[in-house]
Design a binder for this molecule. Structure first.
Ligand code: RM4
Ligand code: MN
Ligand code: MN
Length: 424
């Protein structure tokens, strides 16, 4: 299903007076408000195909209602989200969960929905039916060359699918590692992985990037071969200038200073992209901003600062993606919340007075530095986001409209109560 222009306009008309009051109140205090709105309008966040159905945990899987069961339906869901917020103009696919049967038709559908294909994701963490070799003991790190070769070829195939769709990046996340001390040689695992990544790197088309995603733990619990930003940075540096580190917010040890990691990777020109989510304990993949919104703001403050220092375009300089999957909320409502949280943090970061902060830092005025950061963080920027949406033809209150229109019931009518999505 798609929304009609009238449905959005009627919703916006009903909320307009209240919105205008809120927007006037905040915009009067913000110099350069038009610049902020422009940046917010340009900033698009890619939606992962695997977040559209209701997932589960390793203890159980719970069916959602009216989940998209084909790749076309996944695109339609993202197209629908994009209509609600005009901020989700891209989809990130995972192979083999999302193998396109007819790339030309899929591209056409994406164009109709005003969507782009963001980074492609490979999967060498699950065995597929009929696969010759098992990834039980790893993929690119494996002791057996035949297994490594199979995993390399899979990644090259993912690039090929991505090329057909007009994507320009490959994200590699490896489950490789070990569960027990002594199980593997750290050195050999690293060197095998580097050699395998090198072969994938050599198959990258001209304008492509490869993102090496790190994760401290899970599914291996003693060591992970790309376990932290240092290891990812090492791989990316050795591979070459098309290779970058990808930061997934849930992939760190508890209380890691992610904003500092981001600042340094940006400084070293090795930060490639983001997987946004939130977590309390581990790779919880919860709604962005639901647990640690101040941390998200601090990360965006470093992103804005670091990108400005290098004259980068905020919208296109890095890959912005959500990586979450849920069992308790409607996935589309959840994604609307995640995109909103990302943009709130971004808008707040744009409000930080960089010149004053620099002076405070130079003077070691610790109190003032904190005041400046928290002043921006405590600003309610939601009317600015709403104004950007209004101007872009999206909904003033996406979740309210989603509920008014009973979108999920309509999807159930189209797809059936127990439709199941491929993916996690
Ligand atoms: C991993 C990692 C990857 C994602 C898979 C599904 O933990 O975050 O980015 O592709 O989950
Ligand atoms: Mn991820
Ligand atoms: Mn993850």
């Amino acid at each position: 299903m798609l929304l009609t222009k009238t449905q959005i306009e009627q919703h916006n008309d009903a909320l307009l007076t209240q919105h205008q009051r809120n927007f006037e109140f905040i915009s009067g205090n913000i110099p350069g408000i038009e610049g902020v709105i422009k940046k917010l309008t340009d900033f698009q966040v890619a939606i992962p195909s695997w977040a559209l159905g209701n997932g589960g945990t390793r203890f159980g899987r719970f069916a959602g209602r009216g989940a998209p069961s084909t790749l076309e339906q996944k695109l339609e869901d993202v197209g629908l989200l994009h209509q609600f917020n005009r901020s989700s103009g891209a989809i990130s696919l995972h192979i083999p969960w999302d193998i396109p049967k007819d790339a030309t038709a899929l591209k056409q559908l994406a164009t109709q929905l005003d969507l782009k294909f963001d980074a492609m994701n490979s999967n060498t963490f699950q065995d597929q039916p009929g696969q010759a070799h098992s990834y039980k003991y790893g993929s690119l790190q494996h002791t057996d060359k035949a297994v490594r070769k199979q995993a390399i070829e899979h990644n090259i195939e993912v690039i090929k699918y991505g090329q057909e769709l007009g994507s320009a990046a490959l994200t590699i996340w490896l489950a490789d590692g070990s569960c027990f001390p002594g199980q593997l040689s750290f050195r050999k695992a690293f060197n095998n992985t580097l050699e395998s990544l090198g072969e994938i790197y050599n198959a990258l088309p001209e304008q492509w990037k490869v993102f090496v995603e790190y994760k401290a733990f899970e599914p291996n619990f003693y060591s992970t071969t790309v376990g932290d930003w240092g290891q990812s940075f090492l791989f990316a540096s050795k591979l070459g200038e098309k290779a970058y580190t990808l930061v997934d917010l849930g992939h760190h040890l508890t209380n890691a200073n992610i904003e500092q990691i981001v600042a340094l990777l940006l400084n070293e020109k090795k930060l490639g992209g983001f997987h946004f989510n939130d977590s309390k304990y581990g790779d919880d993949d919860l709604t962005v901003g639901s647990i640690k919104p101040y941390q998200l703001f601090l990360i965006f403050k470093e992103l804005v600062d670091g990108m400005d220092a290098r004259g980068m375009n905020h919208a296109t300089g890095l890959g912005w993606m959500i990586d979450a999957s849920h069992i308790v909320k409607d996935p589309l409502e959840d994604l609307l919340q995640s995109v909103e949280a990302i943009k709130i943090a971004y808008a707040q970061a744009l409000l930080v007075d960089a010149a004053q902060l620099e002076t405070a830092q130079e003077n070691n005025d610790v109190t003032l530095a904190q005041e400046l950061l928290q002043g921006a963080y405590r600003t309610d920027v939601r009317p600015i986001l709403a104004e950007a949406r209004l101007r872009a033809g999206a909904a003033l209150d996406p979740i309210a409209l989603f509920r008014q229109l009973k979108v999920r019931d309509q999807l159930v009518n189209e797809r059936g109560e127990n439709a199941v999505a491929t993916g996690l």
